[in-house]
Structures are given as structure tokens and as C-alpha cells.
Design a protein around this ligand. Sequence first.
Ligand SMILES: NC(=O)c1ccc[n+]([C@@H]2O[C@H](COP(=O)([O-])OP(=O)(O)OC[C@H]3O[C@@H](n4cnc5c(N)ncnc54)[C@H](O)[C@@H]3O)[C@@H](O)[C@H]2O)c1
Length: 432
Amino acid sequence: MASELIFRGHESQPITGDGAYSPKPPKPWLTATRPIHYLLREQRLIFILVGIAIATIFFTLRSPSSNTIQPIPIPDSYIPNELTQYQARSTQHFATGFGINSVGKIPLGLKRKGLRIVVTGGAGFVGSHLVDRLIARGDSVIVVDNFFTGRKENVMHHFGNPNFELIRHDVVEPLLLEVDQIYHLACPASPVHYKHNPVKTIKTNVVGTLNMLGLAKRVGARFLLTSTSEVYGDPLQHPQVETYWGNVNPIGVRSCYDEGKRTAETLTMDYHRGAGVEVRIARIFNTYGPRMCIDDGRVVSNFVAQALRKEPLTVYGDGKQTRSFQFVSDLVEGLMRLMEGEHVGPFNLGNPGEFTMLELAQVVQETIDPNAKIEFRPNTEDDPHKRKPDISKAKDQLGWEPKVALRKGLPMMVSDFRQRIFGDRKENASTQ
Ligand SMILES: NC(=O)c1ccc[n+]([C@@H]2O[C@H](COP(=O)([O-])OP(=O)(O)OC[C@H]3O[C@@H](n4cnc5c(N)ncnc54)[C@H](O)[C@@H]3O)[C@@H](O)[C@H]2O)c1
């Protein structure tokens, strides 16, 4: 029996006079119409058309058009609803400013990639909270820190995360990294620390800031400087507006910090005007929260640690000097809005709620120990009498204002301090 695979076409093919087989020449029109016949048979064409229609609808709905911008997901619980418009703006900024393509449209099928961000001073108090938020948003973060006041413990929950890197480096030395954004926080912030080595403090502020601005210029990154309310010195205007130039002692014991930050602001603006670097300036007012250095001499951390240790709360001067206290999550929110927004600043970021030192001591007593005593000491040199931010500009241009009241934020800080101060003791107690 002949195999089915044997070619039998020649049975119907003409045999030439000499008996040899010669194949029939193929009809060209038949080759051309064969695919059409194939499509028309068994409703294949209908299936193909339906498939094309489904694909078109799917990609039209998924693709980010220039009118409908997909918000960057920021999965943190304390993000207020108003952020959506800034998230949208930030996506637009990302798409246009960071090289996806010039018309702000992410090509089909390409998911938004996170930014690569450097946070100098990222192992410190504010920096580590900022890092948490950036990582949660899906960005890759490189922390650059010399651990002068920062601690690995503040960021070690990110160890092992491929989106997180930690470099021990002093910003006074140059550094080359490929990044999209630079949050420049590196600088000791409490008087105890910045007065410890004033020359190093001013070097960090001037040379460190120069290095980071140089990096921003080289790689085309956006640069944010965390300046301070100390640039207003002992202010003659109250509350302080960003247009106020300040009343600073240039030769005092705090000048290494105050004047250092003022010079850092000058450098930032000069790189902006002269070299076209995209910059942002935040003037931060007193901030408190978990992970603050316990014995850094700042008034909130001082009072909380003293009350927990059953020591008297030390009030310098008559205790009538005022300060405003901002919870760290509010500050981080403001910094991120500033970085993603359109405005250079400077912007005051602080809580306008004003407390005297004695009022603050009272809140600490209510929160920790109603019997805590108060001890008065002579005031320190150049301690400003009043400090209260005018945040109208940040409200208008960043849509930002603080949300966490002192009586709500303080207990969160207290439980962190309690754990850090008594953590070992609890462990010892439990093993006895
Ligand atoms: N916390 C506040 O109330 C407050 C107020 C105004 C301004 N600021 C500014 O915010 C920033 C962060 O403040 P913070 O409260 O988190 O202070 P912090 O001391 O906790 O953090 C500063 C971080 O910078 C690091 N650092 C210091 N010098 C460095 C150097 N030369 N090279 C590399 N890293 C260095 C420290 O190790 C630390 O991790 C500072 O620039 C500070 O001036 C803070």
C-alpha cells in the first residue's frame, strides 16, 4: 500500500512524449488569492476582526495620553487626598523632565520606572523618614552619609532591598553618581552637634553643598536644599515670611550653621541662575518625631528624654521664647511636594502653631509625667526669642500645610524614645 506521504500530483499531471514527468506551471493568481480564501473559510476573518477590536480598546484605555496622567502610587497612609494633583504633576514632570520622551507620553507597554534619588544625610532623623517615603513610592534611593549624627539603625529596615543603597561618604569630598534627583540634607542640625566642630559644620554647608550642586549640574539632576529657619537669625519680623532677609550674627557661636546655610542658599541660587540647574530650597522650622537623636540638645528631644528618665525639664531663660513644632511626616510631605512641583522657593516648611517653652513643657508633662519638674537655666548665646513660620506661600504654591498637631505627634515620638531609652532595660527585666 502506498504511503499517504508520497506525492501523487503527477498522476494528473501531463506526461511528455518521452514519458518523463513535467509539473504543471503554478497559476500566479491562485497563489495570491490563497490567503484570502483561507481567511474567508470557517469564519476566521470574523475572529481576527474581533481580536483587533479588543486589542484596540484595551490599549486605548491603558495608554497614558497627554490629557490623562496616571498618578504615581504613594502607598503611605498619611498622604492627604489633595496630593493627587501633585502626584499627577510629578508624573508629568517625570515624563517630560527625566527623558521618557519630550511630549510627556510614556510609550505603550512601558511602565513608569522609579527615579534614582540621592539623599545626603539620609541616615539622619529627617532623611531616614524621607527615604522611607521615596522607597514606598517605588524609587531607587542612594543614601550618602558619614554617620556623624545619623545611625544605620534608622535605615537598616531597607537593607536587602535592591532599591536601596547606602554609601558611607563625607559630602565635603566630591562624589559622582548617576541620579535624577538630589535631596541635600547632610549637615548636623542640632546646636550641640553643629557647635561641636564649627569649622567642619561650615565646610559641610559650603563645600558639601558645592559638591552636590556640581553633581546636579554634571548629571542634570534636580537639587533640593534643606535650609533652615535659622537663616532668619533672631528675627525682627514676626511671623517670618520668605521675603524677610533675617537678622543674623555673622560672628557668633551659631554662625557656622546660620551663615553656612545662608551661603548654601546663595550657592544654590547661583547654580540655578548661572548654570541652569533645577533647584528647590526649603527653609525648615523646628521638627520633631521618632528617630531624633536622644541627647541632641533640641528642646523637644531634651524634654521628652528628661521626662522619661524622671529628670527635671530644663528651660533656658524665662521660658517665654516661642517655637513652632512640626511633626516629621508633615515635613517630608512638604519636601516631596517641593521637589516634584514647579517652584524654586525658598519655602517655609513648619507648623505655625506657636508654643512658649513653658507651654511645651506642659504638653510633655501631660503626655509623659504630670509630676515632672521644671528647672530654669541661663539662656544660651544668640537663642532667638521668637520663631513662627508664615506658610502662606507653601499653602498657595505647593498646596501644603501641616496636619499633625503637637498633642497627636508627641506620643508617637515618646513611644520611640521610650523604646530606645528603656529597650535594653526591658530586655534585662524580662530575662531576670
Ligand atoms: N530637624 C529640624 O528641626 C531641622 C530644622 C531646620 C533644618 N533642618 C535641616 O534638615 C537637615 C536634616 O536634619 P536632621 O534633623 O535630620 O539632622 P540629623 O543630624 O539627624 O541628620 C543629618 C544627617 O547628615 C549627616 N551628615 C552630617 N554631616 C555630613 C557630612 N559632612 N557628610 C555626609 N553626611 C553628613 C549626619 O550623619 C546625619 O545623618 C539638615 O540639613 C538640617 O540643617 C532640620
